[in-house]
Ligand binder design. Structure first.
Ligand code: GDP
Ligand code: GDP
Length: 512
């Protein structure tokens, strides 16, 4: 059963009604256990929210507007269409203080055609009087309306209750994700208790990779016309491929499974890729492709982000790639239409340098230059994806990890932040897919971003993890706290670890 992307909740409404304020309030409140990732400059039009134990992507469709010159009505219609095509729940936001406007009514008319449930948030209902005024919005046609004040937080909890209620039922994949995270949390606690003793004499192998029994899921994503469907065709046309179409799990998604280099692979949402190929270019198509990509990424182990060599990496590509990182999914950057580039022996390196400089948070991702049209190196993109899928499952031994990190922090101690200098005691890899490391430290909240980067780079230099995001979680723990707690349950903790090791598949090295 393939994983399914998170459900999408789209905010629709005229400018200035408070969509982005509401967005920030909803997304800002997320308490994730794995929130660690590179800070980037990308603005937040998409964000993951969590409420009542459900997780969903919130999209501010207003922020996706690309035509500032459009009339307000045109803008809202545009948003409504986008929401209708991709959202699982639509939130129409209106302004209680301004009252109903023609723009609201038009958006409502369009949204009546939506298959997804529509909820009306009457925002700026900062007090009871405004809340009462907001009652006029019943005329839009939805019996249930939700007065909110995004700025003060009033009514937002009730609104979110309703949103979660309206979401499609939790998929198996979402449940599995939750179980994984609960297990991770538990493992971290065990590790905390089992803190001692790995330094010498460990019989664990240094690095292990579980070769997955299930097929590796690959999403091909990118803006319209960059060559996704051409790439798909080129890959499926390869002689070494055995192909079959299988239904995906989300609405109208079709996947393609194939055998490739002796491995089983599943290209997710190939129907979407083919369909996109026929949609005209333009801002609307771009936005559809971004939402579609987010869904596909949620179901993938590795994403191949296809760029057009002539356009290079655009802001939209950076958005999508940011989501890849957030989801902990592996990434290959494929520069397509390489045949159109006038080149010498420095051209490729120049491209790579430019991309690296523009999106430093993607420095872990391999870059390949391909031509889907001629078939040039297309197989390299898929080969890279397979290697990355294995890297995501790599597990390093605790003793070795601690040796590497000890040496790293010895060479370059963490800088003091606000006069406090973090001190590391112990680290362990708590999860794979993506590889997740927990570092116990005093002043764990004061680990500077640059030091986080440094530690991540040391881990990569020692163990690889090419093409996959890795997560570092810093947990507050002073040595004094560790000492008395560790004794009683050490034995159980160790035993459990060893059992876990024994269940693993035989060690294999990645083919690189
Ligand atoms: P958007 O264009 O729909 O994204 O609207 P914004 O979120 O940018 O909000 C527009 C303006 O309304 C900003 O000045 C916000 O501070 C203000 N605003 C947003 N929510 C509320 C609210 O609940 N009450 C009040 N009084 N002002 C709000
Ligand atoms: P999609 O919208 O991302 O699926 O893009 P398509 O695969 O439909 O390709 C868009 C256009 O770019 C088509 O006209 C393709 O023939 C062309 N194209 C795709 N790949 C290449 C390539 O490698 N080189 C050149 N020159 N053109 C390409």
């Amino acid at each position: 059963m393939p994983a399914e992307g998170l459900p999408i909740v789209a905010l629709v409404g005229r400018p200035n009604v408070g969509k982005s304020t509401l967005f920030n309030r909803v997304v800002g409140g997320r308490t994730a256990i794995v929130e660690d990732r590179a800070r980037t400059t990308r603005d937040r039009l998409y964000g993951v929210a969590e409420w009542n134990d459900r997780r969903f992507v919130v999209v501010d469709t207003g922020g996706l507007e690309r035509h500032p010159a459009d009339t307000i009505e045109e803008k809202v219609q545009d948003q409504a269409r986008l929401a209708i095509s991709e959202a699982d729940v639509i939130l129409l936001v209106v302004d209680a203080a301004a009252g109903e406007t023609p723009g609201d009514a038009e958006a409502a008319d369009l949204l009546r055609a939506a298959r997804a449930p529509v909820l009306v948030a009457i925002n700026k209902a900062d007090n009871e009087r405004l809340e009462l005024d907001g009652a006029e919005f019943y005329r839009l046609g939805w019996a249930e309306t939700y007065p909110t004040s995004a700025i003060h937080g009033r009514g937002v909890a009730d609104l979110l209750d309703a949103v979660v209620w309206a979401l499609p039922p939790e998929s198996v994949a979402e449940q599995q994700r939750k179980e994984r995270e609960a297990r991770l949390e538990q493992d971290i606690e065990w590790e905390e208790l089992a803190v001692q003793g790995d330094a010498g004499g460990s019989t664990e192998t240094v690095v292990e990779i579980d070769i997955p029994a299930e097929s590796v899921r690959v999403a091909i994503v990118g803006r319209p016309n960059v060559g996704k469907s051409s790439l798909l065709n080129a890959l499926l046309g390869e002689e070494r491929v055995i192909v079959s179409d299988v239904p995906g799990t989300t609405r109208d998604a079709i996947d393609t499974t194939l055998e490739w280099a002796g491995r089983r692979l599943r290209l997710v949402d190939t129907a979407g890729i083919k369909r996109r190929g026929k949609v005209a270019a333009g801002p609307a198509a771009e936005r559809f492709s971004a939402l579609r990509a987010m869904k596909a990424i949620g179901r993938a182990d590795v994403a191949i982000l296809v760029l057009d060599a002539i356009d290079g990496l655009t802001a939209q590509d950076a958005h999508v790639a940011g989501h890849v990182v957030d989801e902990g999914v592996g990434l290959v950057i494929a520069i397509n239409k390489w045949d159109l580039v006038e080149k010498d022996d420095r051209t490729f390196d120049g491209y790579v340098d430019a991309i690296r400089a523009e999106v430093p948070f993607l420095s872990f991702a391999p870059i390949v230059a391909i031509s889907a049209l001629s078939g040039l190196r297309v197989s390299r993109a898929l080969d890279a994806a397979l290697v990355i899928a294995d890297e995501r499952r790599r597990r390093v031994a605790t003793a070795e990890l601690n040796r590497v990190l000890r040496e790293a922090t010895f060479r370059q101690p963490a800088p003091a932040v606000r006069g406090k200098r973090p001190k590391f005691y112990y680290a362990t890899q708590a999860a794979i897919e993506p590889p997740t490391f927990v570092l116990f430290a005093s002043e764990a909240g004061n680990v500077h971003f640059s030091h986080r980067r440094y530690l991540e780079n040391r881990i990569r230099a020692a163990f690889g993890f090419s093409g996959t995001p890795i997560r570092l979680i810093f947990r507050e723990r002073s040595r004094i706290e560790l000492e008395p707690r560790r004794r009683p349950r050490v034995a159980r903790g160790r035993q459990r670890q060893i059992q876990r090791g024994a269940r693993r598949a035989p060690t294999a090295s990645p083919d690189r």
